[in-house]
Write a protein that binds this ligand. Structure first.
Ligand code: NAD
Length: 506
């Protein structure tokens, strides 16, 4: 399929690039390489259109976003086909991604007013003669830069939270998944034709196009991608003090405690490690199993992994690797681990037959290996054995990443989850926080900062605004010149009265 380019958004650039299916080589679409001038043109239109959008108010935006949601729901098959064509993902994986995207649009539209509407707060004793309110103003125009591995979710999710909060949006999809990114933006106008030009727009191209968006003067840059690019994005945004949200890589760990349901653990870990060929920021890449249940657990994992099917035909569990360069990283990690003394429980280097990689499970991998410390982003699961949960926690928290995590334990799940250094932890399952728009999604450390999803995800695209109002004069005015002669004495008395004596403090 050739992506439909609206003449307006495609205008202004002469260079193009082609997108093809990673396994069949079938042509998916041809896209412009947009320049800094194209970005500036979109930003100017977005600034005008944003005023219209903000003026719709919470109720108006909710109504229009629900119309957009319904339009996407009606065209789901077309979207899933496009996602499959450009990434090679199974249609089932694209459907999961689409559902997560639609939940985000639904939730953000439904909850924006509750979270962002101006509300009264207590002024405090020292300012008792004032009233105080806190509101959340839209930032203006948000830039959303997306990766190829979740080509639907990232553009839709970025648009959902930014739009619900009253902003205009410019989306830059990955050069490897531009068709679905462009479709996401154009679907908005299909559903809401009366929306002014530029309220949402797309730009396509490579790193230079993304860098131009970072330097354009947008009011927020929401970036999802790799750690090295995230650092470049932050540096470029610093030029204009543009605030950034960084959703970066992961090396998610799962702990299997001695009281885990081992069948559930094996089921969750095998799916969480292998879906979309392991090319998910929140895929299970490392497992720490307590020694007392190791053998039973490994037997269950082996049986499940050996039943996994790989290929393009309908019904296969996962498809090809999307990028050839990623296959080299997987090969390096597996080679390093085996050379360092790891054992392959399932598969090995022979599992790599481009563009496919059959599942690989490595056990007893030294903790300093690349397969434990770096993002592998392929269908490789590392399982290491630990004496107890405390050691599992120490190792799980021992990489520079901190995106997702999970724990399997019948009785200690919450206690262990609370100690995991990650933006989200699932107990007795995997990845579930990704599909829940009510909880914040994001990472710590090299996995980035800032949040999509939930109340925090909506506030991410706003600036808090304090409004205070004087209601009456309380005693003598202290904020005045000339200073009242007894001001020092009055304030000293207040300080002593209010702060010097605290209950429980001697
Ligand atoms: P990438 O960093 O190579 O590219 C991401 C996007 O940045 C692309 O659109 C690219 O064109 C653009 N870009 C490249 N150079 C740029 C620059 N200098 N300035 C601005 N933009 C630039 O990442 P990728 O390979 O597309 O995606 C895979 C990575 O994304 C993995 O590390 C994965 O873990 C991460 N990821 C994270 C999340 C999350 O929510 N934390 C979600 C999905 C993917």
């Amino acid at each position: 399929m050739t992506a439909q380019l609206s003449s307006e958004t495609a205008a202004g650039s002469s260079q193009t690039f082609d997108l093809t299916h990673p396994a069949t080589g079938a042509h998916v679409g041809t896209f412009p390489v947009h320049t800094a001038a194209d970005v500036a043109e979109r930003l100017a239109k977005a600034r005008v259109a944003q005023v219209w959008w903000e003026n719709q108010g919470f109720a108006g935006r909710k109504k229009l976003m629900n119309r957009w949601l319904a339009w996407i729901g009606q065209h789901a098959d077309e979207i899933c086909d496009l996602g499959y064509e450009e990434t090679g993902k199974t249609r089932g994986d694209v459907q999961f991604e689409l559902i997560a995207s639609l939940e985000d649009i639904r939730w953000a539209a439904a909850h924006a007013e509750r979270v962002l509407k101006e509300r009264r707060v207590a002024p405090g004793v020292a300012m008792a003669n004032y009233s105080a309110r806190v509101g959340y103003r839209p930032l203006g125009v948000a830039g959303v830069i997306a990766p190829w591995n979740f080509p639907l979710y990232t553009p839709y999710c970025g648009m959902a939270y930014a739009l619900a909060a009253g902003n205009a949006v410019i989306v830059k999809p990955s050069e490897f998944s531009s068709a679905t990114g462009v479709y996401a933006v154009e679907s908005f106008y299909k559903a809401i034709p009366e929306a002014p030009e530029g309220l949402v727009s797309w730009i396509t191209g490579f790193g230079e196009t993304g860098a131009a968006l970072c330097k354009s003067g947008v009011d927020k840059l929401a970036f999802t991608g790799s750690v090295p690019t995230g650092k470049r994005v932050m540096a470029a945004c610093a030029e204009n003090l543009t605030p950034v949200l960084l959703e970066l890589g992961g090396k998610d760990a799962t702990i299997v405690a001695e009281d885990a349901d081992l069948d559930a653990a094996a089921e969750g870990i095998v799916w969480g490690g292998l879906f979309h060929s392991g090319q998910g920021c929140v895929c299970v890449e490392r497992v720490y199993v307590v020694a007392s249940v190791r053998d039973d657990f490994l037997a269950r994992v082996k049986a499940r992994v050996e039943a996994v099917t790989v290929g393009l035909e309908p019904g296969k569990d996962y498809g090809p690797m999307t990028l050839p360069a990623q296959i080299d990283i997987v090969r390096r990690h597996v080679t390093d681990a085996l050379a360092a003394g790891a054992t392959a429980l399932v598969g090995g280097l022979d599992s790599i037959h481009e563009p496919y990689i059959d599942p690989i499970v490595l056990v007893d991998v030294p903790e300093d290996c690349s397969a434990v410390q770096e993002e592998t982003f392929g269908p490789v699961i590392v399982i290491n054995t630990v004496p107890d949960v405390e050691e599992a926690l120490r190792r799980a928290n021992g990489t520079s990443f901190g995106l997702g995590s999970s724990v399997f334990s019948k009785h200690r799940g919450r206690e262990i989850a609370a100690k995991m250094r990650a933006g989200g932890t699932t107990i007795n399952s995997v990845l579930t926080f990704v599909g829940m728009p009510s909880v914040p999604f994001g990472g710590v450390g090299d996995s980035g900062f800032g949040r999509f999803h939930g109340d925090d995800g909506l506030r991410e695209f706003t600036s808090p605004k304090a409004t205070t109002r004087k209601k009456f004069q309380l005693g003598k005015e202290v904020s005045t010149f000339p200073r009242p002669a007894d001001q020092y004495k009055t304030l000293a008395g207040f300080i002593k009265f209010r702060y010097a004596k605290r209950r429980g403090v001697k």
